[in-house]
Design a protein around this ligand. Structure first.
Ligand SMILES: Cc1cc2nc3c(=O)[nH]c(=O)nc-3n(C[C@H](O)[C@H](O)[C@H](O)COP(=O)(O)OP(=O)(O)OC[C@H]3O[C@@H](n4cnc5c(N)ncnc54)[C@H](O)[C@@H]3O)c2cc1C
Length: 388
């Protein structure tokens, strides 16, 4: 019997299919070759590596869990594994892929007209067209049902007014999926970003997800034809269903950042010496590493379990909350503990740990905060809603 591998203690790789392993390996190799060495600089310069979009499209990672229209149509577990490997590079890179696939392509694929799908999805799958998802507003985050952005009918046109805040890919996007309040309820609109009245302003001075492009969208009398509305959905369940898709990717992705921090700490603990021996030889360091390994591997088992349930068509949104809540928390704990093992070096961008730790603060907040997912599960357990 061979000894367990400290980098895959439970042998989770053996639980994957050949195709799943191949996808994970391809993305891992890409990240090691094209991302790892540069991620610190992109973070420091607040620069999104646009030049990688084509390669990401060529690997089939954009809208990879969707079928038809040039999308790869792989299973949910493979999508999760790809998110994990991308986020081992940087949460900003994974955010780009999550937003493109789950928040921009998914609503078009699920709720769009045939024309909308043909017009946008193949180019988006190739990475030639970029999408963003505008739900959050400057004054409405956790409670998007109370949004202020409006969509008014004017003859056969729609006219949109309002503002959206913290929109990932906002300044990169060719097409914005904007959710607005119409007379009949919340509707989704496909807004080409060159439409008069639409502007995207980069949000600067972020201390987290610096590699990711994050924008404020302003809509001032944005006039759209009837064909811009997503015909297949009305109400808050439209945007919420997209968020459930993206969150599923996050519950895997966050563990990629966690794994990168664990591995950095493991490497450091076996090479850094104090008091005449590697710091990994001290009991307190070992306790930290063991705790990280326990939580990382439990999180991976959870992700795989939820992936298998999603692939069998039986993953209720509350369990996505369960996964996001647990795995982002796990990843943050690992990143913070890894930082203490690297001590002073831990705060440097020469090492990935502090960058991941900072990024994970955004991951904890977006796609439903830790508090909101706690309340989702609290409601499931007790039958009582504690939101209001
Ligand atoms: C880097 C980044 C990228 C993002 N990308 C996107 C994007 O692409 N598209 C998009 O639409 N949005 C995006 N967001 C926005 C994100 O989804 C929101 O920040 C999130 O929903 C929280 O909203 P808020 O920041 O307005 O906080 P608020 O909703 O104001 O919450 C403030 C605090 O109050 C708590 N709280 C709120 N309501 C309750 C309650 N009922 N009970 C208990 N506690 C409560 C929250 O948990 C939080 O701790 C992004 C955010 C970040 C940071």
């Amino acid at each position: 019997m061979s000894k367990p591998d400290p980098r895959d203690l439970l042998g989770i790789r053996d639980l994957l299919t050949g195709e799943e392993r191949e996808i994970a390996d391809t993305v891992r190799t890409f990240v090691r070759k094209e991302v790892a060495e540069h991620a610190g600089r992109w973070f420091e310069d607040a620069e999104f590596p646009r030049h990688l979009i084509g390669a990401i499209g060529d690997m089939g990672l954009l809208g990879m869990h969707l079928t038809g229209y040039g999308c790869a149509g792989v299973n949910a577990t493979s999508y999760g594994l790809a998110c994990l490997e991308l986020e081992a590079g940087d949460s900003g890179l994974r955010s780009f892929v999550s937003v493109q696939g789950s928040l921009a392509m998914f609503p078009i694929w699920k709720y769009g007209s045939e024309e909308q799908k043909e017009q946008w999805l193949p180019g988006m799958a190739r990475g030639e067209k970029i999408g963003c998802f505008g739900l959050t507003e400057p004054d409405r985050g956790s409670d998007p049902g109370d949004m202020r952005t409006t969509a008014r009918r004017d003859g056969s046109d729609w006219v949109l007014n309002g503002a959206k805040m913290w929109i990932t890919n906002g300044t990169l996007a060719d097409i914005a999926v904007v959710w607005a309040r119409a007379e009949e309820g919340i509707r989704g609109f496909l807004v080409p970003t060159d439409t008069p009245g639409f502007t995207a302003r980069e949000i600067e001075h972020k201390m987290s997800l610096r590699m990711s492009a994050t924008a404020e969208l302003v809509l001032e009398d944005v006039r759209l034809p009837e064909s811009a509305v997503l015909p297949g959905v009305k109400g808050l369940r439209g945007p919420l269903s997209c968020l459930a898709e993206a969150r599923y990717g996050i519950l895997w992705g966050a563990l990629g950042a966690g794994r990168a921090c664990y591995e950095a700490a493991l490497d450091y603990a076996t090479s850094r010496e104090q008091f005449g021996k590697p710091i990994g030889g001290f009991q307190l360091t070992q306790q930290k590493l063991v705790q990280m390994a326990l939580e990382l591997n439990k999180g991976l088992l959870l992700a795989l379990h939820l992936g298998r349930r999603k692939d069998s068509g039986e993953l209720p949104p509350e369990l996505v909350s369960f996964g996001k809540l647990n795995n982002v928390r796990t990843a943050i704990d690992i990143a913070r503990t890894a930082r203490t093992i690297l001590a002073a070096n831990g705060i440097s961008l020469e090492y990935p740990v502090m960058r991941h730790a900072n990024n994970l603060e955004s991951v904890l907040t977006y796609e439903g905060t830790e508090e909101i997912h706690t309340l989702v599960l609290g409601q499931l357990l007790t039958g009582q809603s504690a939101y209001r």
